[in-house]
Write a protein that binds this ligand. Structure first.
Ligand SMILES: [Zn+2]
Length: 271
């Protein structure tokens, strides 16, 4: 079961021979950057070790900074910190939609952030490239913040809710799979930043045989963000299906059944 937990594990992937963003192998003439994933700015000073650092082309990495700022605001909100001067407040609104509370964050492309993390974790665990257009579905730790898959712009609250209704069952199912496999000690893992960033995943197949990686991602206690709107904890989970298939050393989901309470049904790291 591949995992990155010790300093040594993280040191090895700092010298991966390819850029996890574009997939090209590095040439001697390339300008190479060290990408901290997730960015250090999201973490308190005492939680900055051990970071996951992956080599990228300078040009490939330059496009990423806009979404980092919004994720930083989101994490600040969880810490109860005030955003730094010059940074806008997190543009979060809560409202009612068909009798349910909806949280919606404008401007925050959390899907993009999660995709980048997942691509980096995939590269670090399996030493292979995960293209940006890999089929995926992510369930972020807040109800809104959904991005329209066609325009790439934030969906409005009503659209977000419609997308959400399709996603809740999947969110619960994936959360359960991640928990089951944790109980069975059967997951591929990246535990960085003083344990404040944890990624766990297992592999399965669709009915048509295609590969599917099911993951959970936790940064601090971000599943608690929804509590302030009176909702249940909501963690981050999802799947992706690489065209290149399941990596050889990836861990298959267990078929064994371990009974557990599953109280926080939408949180892959909850009770
Ligand atoms: Zn590149």
């Amino acid at each position: 079961m591949p995992s990155l937990i010790t300093q040594q594990d993280f040191r090895i992937v700092q010298t991966l021979p390819f850029c996890y963003l574009c997939g090209e192998h590095f040439k001697l003439s390339d300008d190479i950057n060290r990408d901290h994933l997730p960015p250090s700015a999201l973490f308190e000073k005492e939680d900055r070790d051990v970071p996951l650092i992956l080599p990228t082309h300078v040009d490939c990495n330059a496009e990423e900074h806009v979404s980092d700022e919004f994720i930083g605001l989101f994490v600040s909100t969880i810490h109860g910190r005030r955003p730094k001067q010059g940074h806008s407040r997190l543009n979060a609104t809560a409202g009612q939609f068909e009798g349910r509370s909806v949280t919606f964050c404008k401007d925050m492309n959390i899907h993009h952030f999660i995709l980048r993390c997942v691509r980096g974790f995939h590269a670090a665990l399996y030493h292979g490239w995960l293209p940006e257009d890999t089929i995926n579905s992510f369930h972020p730790p807040l109800r809104g913040g959904l991005i329209d898959g066609i325009t790439g712009k934030p969906a409005d609250a009503v659209q977000a809710m419609l997308l959400l209704d399709k996603g809740v069952q999947q969110h619960a199912l994936f959360s359960k799979v991640v928990k089951e496999n944790r109980i069975a000690s059967n997951s591929d893992k990246v535990v960085s930043r003083n344990g404040k960033c944890t990624y766990e995943c297992v592999w399965s197949n669709w009915d048509d045989g295609g590969p599917m990686c099911i993951f959970g991602l936790k940064i601090y206690e971000w599943q608690q963000f929804e509590l302030r709107f009176g909702n249940e904890p909501r963690g981050c989970t999802g799947f992706y299906s690489p065209a290149a298939g399941q990596p050889k050393n990836a861990t298959r989901a267990t078929d064994l059944v371990f009974p557990f309470e599953n109280i926080d049904s939408l949180d892959p790291f909850g009770k």
